[in-house]
Design a protein around this ligand. Structure first.
Ligand code: FEO
Length: 404
């Protein structure tokens, strides 16, 4: 069934939802589903902005045919060449053989690498600052390398103020009948998923996102139209997401609070961590969240790590090393360049506790990171002899938190 919505004058969303995909990029769980957004401008010329993942191609192609209403497709702009957006471009060319593809030089290279065989002289290559006139609508092109691939660009329609923003400002989550952020309670129902999407997909490239934001702030944006998730048209909502992106891109904590990520084999480390969390709350720090790394997908731990100002890592020793789930967590936050955080470490080991030292060594290698000096190591479980070290770490963390 056709599912199309107008997002601005002459401009239509023609995307689709996928609720069957378990793992985005075959790594990140998306129980919320995902939308693949595609847009069409109907002017003197007809213009398609990006396609969709192959999984929803049928819905997209039906929508495209409907919105064109018998007209031919003149142009197809590929803002982002990743297959979740470009996989269907060959099918579009088969159905509209006169369509001209507009994209960047790097995207052309990727097209051919991914098997969408195109000749260089068949397509229109654009670069930063170029624009094209389609009638009443003129699109200008702005390169946004590494948001999230090197070839990415955004297209801005000055006549409507629509910024077709590629991966920027998007989110996982099927749309569930809504299309605009003013149709949902974003801060309640969407921000956690949006953060998890951003941090795991683009988190590593904060410096590039900052440059994208600088460019975006020079434009008179009235609508933000990303390739995933809801469309932004309310000025307050646009300000809200720009503020979130500024924090995430600069690795500034979104909230003052303490995240505790632990591993525990027989419940003893868990017990100590639960008491530690309780003592923090009783000391007046209400924003405390505790996760077991063994049962929490690392994408959620990454997202929470970008949110909180302080992080406690508690690991048992396993095969004379850091517990694998904690090691995986550290790998991800290091790979994603997380910084500007204060860490504290708790560890446990029954005969040769080494996890604490190894976790501390990993954290010391992170950029712009503070590590609380005090150490608290348990032998199998918390015992009275641990009281001094436990209290010292707790008090040092509380003192640091209250200094912020
Ligand atoms: Fe949704 Fe970078 O693609």
């Amino acid at each position: 069934m056709i599912n199309v919505r107008e997002i601005s004058k002459d401009t239509y969303w023609i995307g689709a939802n996928d609720r069957r995909l378990n793992l985005f990029e075959n790594i990140h769980p998306i129980p919320e589903g995902v939308s693949y957004n595609s847009y069409v401008i109907l002017d003197e010329k007809t213009v398609l902005l990006d396609t969709v993942d192959w999984s929803v191609a049928r819905q997209f192609l039906d929508n495209l045919e409907y919105v064109l209403d018998g007209r031919d497709l003149d142009y197809m702009i590929i803002n982002h060449m990743e297959p979740d957006h470009a996989a269907t471009m060959d099918e579009v060319i088969l159905r509209y053989p006169d369509v001209q593809v507009i994209t960047t030089d790097k995207a052309f290279m990727l097209m051919n690498q991914y098997g969408h065989e195109m000749d260089y002289d068949e397509i229109i290559i654009v670069e930063e600052g170029d624009s094209m006139d389609f009638g009443e609508h003129t699109l200008s092109f702005v390169e946004i390398p590494m948001v999230h691939w090197p070839e990415a660009m955004v297209s801005f329609d000055a006549s409507t103020g629509v910024l077709f923003s590629a991966d920027a400002f998007g989110s996982w989550g099927a749309l569930n009948g809504k299309l605009f952020t003013d149709e949902v309670n974003y801060d309640r129902d969407w921000i956690d998923t949006a953060r998890r999407y951003y941090t795991n997909i683009v988190g590593k490239y904060g410096a590039h996102v900052v440059k994208t934001l600088e460019k975006a702030l020079t434009l008179d944006i009235k609508v933000l139209a990303p390739l995933h998730g809801l469309v932004w048209r309310d000025p307050e909502d646009i300000g809200y997401i720009l503020d979130k992106y500024t924090k995430w891109a600069t690795y500034a904590p979104e909230e003052e609070g303490i995240l505790i990520v632990y591993s525990s084999m027989y419940g003893n480390t868990e017990s100590a961590v639960d008491r530690f969390a309780s003592d923090l709350v009783q000391a007046g720090i209400k924003n405390v969240q505790v996760y077991d790394a063994s049962v929490t997908d690392v994408s959620y731990l990454v997202s929470e790590s970008f949110k909180f100002s302080h992080i406690v890592v508690a690991s048992v020793t396993y095969n004379l090393n850091i517990y694998p789930a904690i090691n995986e967590y550290l790998n991800h936050i290091e790979m994603l360049n997380l910084q500007n955080r204060t860490f504290a470490v708790i560890d446990n080991g029954s005969w040769a506790p080494v996890a604490g030292e190894k976790v501390r060594d990993r954290i010391k290698a992170f950029k712009n990171t503070k590590l609380i000096d005090e150490e608290f190591t348990m032998a199998s479980r918390y015992q009275d002899a641990n009281k001094y070290d436990y209290n010292a770490l707790l008090e040092a963390l509380i003192e640091d938190f209250n200094k912020e």
